[in-house]
Design a protein around this ligand. Structure first.
Ligand code: PMH
Length: 375
């Protein structure tokens, strides 16, 4: 028996959907613009190694992660494509990056000075310069910082500037005024950089929302995250219908117990639910210990293609649902995704939790095995 599947609760990742979503993006982009598949946070909870491999097979040419640890995991899985770390890495770890040919993001002169004092064992280190054009997170903000950093790079022979990029704060919004302001700041900074620097650098500015909405303005690469997984960056982008995406993630379990309760009988901690009449109650083996958080109380799941409400408090490992009739133990329950023609989207779950779709697959933790379809 497959140990990962002793408990019948699993996430299914449809790799064909990943291929579909990458191809849809490639079709929108001009030929010169390539795709960096963003697989940070374990591929937005979908599994970084499997998604990265499928993304590269489907036309993405590089990968991006948030942490150096995440990049090393990809290298350990035998992936040799270019990888960029998007977050800040402690300078003393830069030798690990150069050893494994992983590109790092930088934006501090002090960081560069510290890295230049490391022994890189004859390897080179490739860096992308991050420009903060208005996200207010990381990056240089002024021409003075740019000049200082480029000047400092000049006498560091094993450190190469291979990319420059920025990130948008409102590319998914209705009003794109701020987005265009950030683009304007970026192109000014880029013009300054080109005055001062003769080397070839790859330029990338766009996440999913910007790449979907302004494919012509994306320079050399787009950093394709949420939409590679088949989710729209926002309702606004979804309604524009510029691209057709397929949700890759679905979540399933099976009824572990089915019973009838009588009017007045209560369910779960705190007795927050009592039956109004005789009812069928099912128990499924998933709970907040899996990231299926307590706020899902009152949301629905699919059994027999029909919506059935979650009743009573969600426990650490178990959740109860009210069934429209008796079902045998072992009946499949779909918590996210489609079953018999019905569909519970990630967007619906996110809206129920008053959050964004990005957060849901990240929330569902490693206790839930990921099963890959379409291999
Ligand atoms: N580039 C950077 C620097 C990012 O931080 C992200 C996503 C992406 C690209 C991909 O964006 P997309 O998923 O919208 O396509 N980063 C985050 C974040 O830090 N919180 O939510 C999404």
């Amino acid at each position: 028996m497959n140990r990962a599947l002793i408990r019948p609760t699993w996430a299914e990742i449809d790799l064909e959907a990943i291929t579909h979503n990458i191809k849809a993006m490639i079709q929108r982009l001009p030929e010169r613009t390539e795709i960096i598949a963003v697989v940070k946070a374990n591929g937005y909870g979908h599994g970084s190694v499997q998604v990265a491999k499928r993304a590269l097979e489907s036309g993405a040419t590089s990968l991006a992660v948030a942490l150096l640890e995440e990049a090393l995991e990809l290298r350990e899985a035998g992936i040799d494509a270019p990888i960029l770390v998007l977050g800040w890495v402690p300078p003393e770890a830069a030798a690990i990056a150069s050893k494994h040919h992983i590109s790092l993001t930088f934006f501090q002169k002090d960081w560069l000075d510290q890295v230049s004092r490391l022994d890189l064992n004859g390897e080179t280190l490739q860096l992308h310069l991050k420009i903060d054009t208005g996200m207010g997170r990381i990056g240089i903000r002024t021409n003075e910082e740019l000049r200082e950093i480029l000047y400092a790079l000049n006498d560091k022979p094993s450190i190469y500037l291979t990319g420059v990029y920025t990130h948008f704060a409102t590319a998914d919004a209705q009003n794109l005024t701020y987005f265009h302001k950030q683009r304007e700041r970026f192109s000014k900074m880029l013009a300054e950089l080109k005055e001062l620097w003769s080397g070839e650098v790859a330029i990338h500015i766009g996440n999913s929302a910007s790449a979907i909405r302004l494919p012509e303005g994306m320079y050399d690469f787009v950093r394709y995250g949420i939409s590679m997984y088949g989710l729209y960056p926002s309702q606004v982008v979804k309604e524009e219908q510029a691209i057709n995406l397929k949700q890759a993630f679905s979540l399933h379990s099976r009824l572990a117990h089915v019973k009838q309760i009588e009017a007045g009988d209560a369910v779960s901690y705190g007795l927050t639910y009592s039956a109004e009449k005789t009812e069928w109650i099912g128990t499924i083996p998933i709970g907040y210990g899996d990231g299926w958080i307590r706020k899902f109380q009152g949301f629905s799941v699919l059994v027999d293609g029909k919506r059935q409400p979650i009743v009573g408090r969600i426990c650490m490992d178990q959740t109860m649902i009210r069934l429209d009739r008796e079902y045998p133990v072992g009946t499949k329950v779909t918590l996210l995704g489609s079953q018999n023609g019905s569909f519970i989207s990630m967007d619906e779950a996110a809206s129920y939790l008053d959050t964004i779709n990005y957060e849901i697959p990240c929330l569902l933790n490693e206790r839930i095995p990921r099963i890959y379809k379409g291999r």
